[in-house]
Design a protein around this ligand. Structure first.
Ligand code: GDP
Length: 438
């Protein structure tokens, strides 16, 4: 995601060899300009950014540190556009958001992701299915809503999106929802009919904000279509989807600067947790390879139930960690989203991580085997792993489709892991770990 730009920054700064060496600064800015353009950063933004970095570096004395500092400042300036950041709640609920975008941009998926993001933050969310254009869109939103356990308003009989949106808003008011997210129709390209429909829904609903979902894989077109939507219906924020698949990554740098509307969130995968708030200085920190610990802490805080975490840690200390606890921990991890999205937030790790970055932990063969094994246990066996004698193990093996050897191996691993966890926790958590590694 950010790797290509981070790499460009590194190779540019390495061009500066000596202090006060104007020729090497020129080389660095040339390198930076070329690689930003290659990464799909808009040419006007590139020019502005590089000129400002050059000036500021000269002013503060040419050197690698001053170049990096200038770049950090100027990138933050470029990414900061007047308007709201993240999600903003209205003082008179329900906060109503119109989700707009072209067909295939990821609008319906993003509506689900945003609902999930808000639900994890303890908000009561209603999604409304007003995309009557794409045949499967209503069905898709129903499935997503069921998956994330969020309420949905739909009307299979209605033909008019305005009617559905109004009824959804009524329901959201009456049933005291905090947020109403309205999924609207998309088109393959911008046309007048679509704009008129969005305009009508907007007039009828008077939303607090309109979000435009832009597909980052469309490169410069993402910026162009966002500008057109801004001009035609007015938008308050852009959500850049599919950023995980964007190997260039520059659209995120110049989009808000060119459109004049802040980037509010980025989509970084197909799963529901794969949505991140776009906060300029935090993103700059990641672009500069310095991670985003604050972002990581926020993400885990929303997902991890502190009371449960304490209970589990008590159990671990007593050596009572069982298979139900294990399943619960797994589901918590999957709520954090893809490994890729987490790794970039830990300073230094994105440069080192290589293969783990692409690991799909939840769907790995190992985890699938463990899930099959637990699925074949009785509730009692899950609660008390020590019950597992040879005949029970044979029954579990045939129920889960695993060989007896595989069952024994996994059970042994589990036993060792909980022993290790007990030891660690009694030696004082991380300190224990550090001592063991000495
Ligand atoms: P809509 O027509 O705009 O409602 O588009 P959809 O929500 O159906 O999304 C189109 C495709 O893009 C689906 O296959 C989604 O899973 C995928 N998608 C959406 N957002 C992301 C994202 O952030 N990353 C990736 N990799 N895929 C995404």
């Amino acid at each position: 995601m950010f790797d290509s730009i981070s790499g460009s920054i590194k190779s540019a700064v390495n061009k500066i060899r000596h202090k006060d060496d104007a020729a090497s600064l020129k080389k660095a800015t040339t390198e930076l300009r070329k690689s930003l353009l290659k990464s799909d950063v808009h040419h006007k933004t590139t020019k502005e950014l590089v000129t400002a970095v050059e000036l500021e570096t000269k002013k503060n004395g040419i050197g690698q540190d001053s170049f990096l500092k200038a770049l950090q400042n100027e990138l933050t300036n470029i990414l900061t556009t007047e308007g709201n950041q993240g999600f903003v709640f209205s003082s008179t609920p329900p906060t109503t958001i119109l989700m707009t975008g072209l067909q295939g941009s990821g609008k319906t998926t993003t509506t689900g992701k945003l609902a999930n993001y808000l639900k994890l933050r303890k908000k009561k969310v209603l999604v409304a299915a007003c995309d009557l254009q794409r045949l499967a869109a209503v069905e898709q939103l129903k499935q997503i809503a069921a998956q994330i356990e969020v309420d949905i308003y739909f009307d299979d009989e209605a033909k008019d999106p305005v009617e559905i949106a109004l009824a959804a808003k009524e329901k959201a008011k009456k049933d005291l929802y905090d947020v109403l997210l309205i999924d609207t129709a998309g088109r393959l390209a911008i046309d007048e009919e679509l704009m008129q429909q969005l305009h009508d829904v907007k007039e009828a609903i008077n939303p607090n904000e309109i979000f435009y979902v832009a597909d980052s894989l469309t490169g410069h077109d993402a910026t162009k279509t966002a500008s057109t939507f801004k001009e035609k219906i007015g938008i308050d924020g852009v959500i850049l989807s599919k950023y995980d698949g964007d190997t260039k990554g520059g659209v995120a740098i110049s989009l808000s600067h060119q459109v004049g509307v802040p980037l509010r969130f980025i989509g970084i995968g197909e799963k529901m947790p794969d949505l991140e708030v776009f906060i300029p200085d935090r993103i700059v920190s990641r672009l500069m390879g310095a991670g985003d610990i604050e972002g990581l802490a926020e993400k885990t805080a929303a997902v991890i139930d502190e009371k449960k975490a304490k209970e589990v840690s008590k159990k671990i200390k007593k050596g009572e960690f069982n298979f139900n606890d294990f399943l619960e921990q797994l589901s918590m991890m999957s709520k954090l989203g893809s490994m890729k999205s987490i790794i970039g937030m830990i300073p230094g790790l994105s440069q080192m991580a290589g293969p783990i970055k692409d690991m799909d932990f939840e769907n790995s063969d190992e985890i699938k085997r463990i899930k099959a094994l637990i699925g074949s246990m009785t509730p009692k066996e899950r609660e008390t792993p020590s019950l597992l004698n040879p005949s029970r193990k044979r029954r579990i093996a045939s129920g889960s489709g695993l060989s007896e050897m595989q069952v024994n191996k996994i059970l042994k691993q589990f036993k060792n892991a909980s022993k290790m966890a007990k030891k660690l926790s009694s030696k004082g958590g991380m300190k224990g770990l550090q001592n063991m590694m000495k």
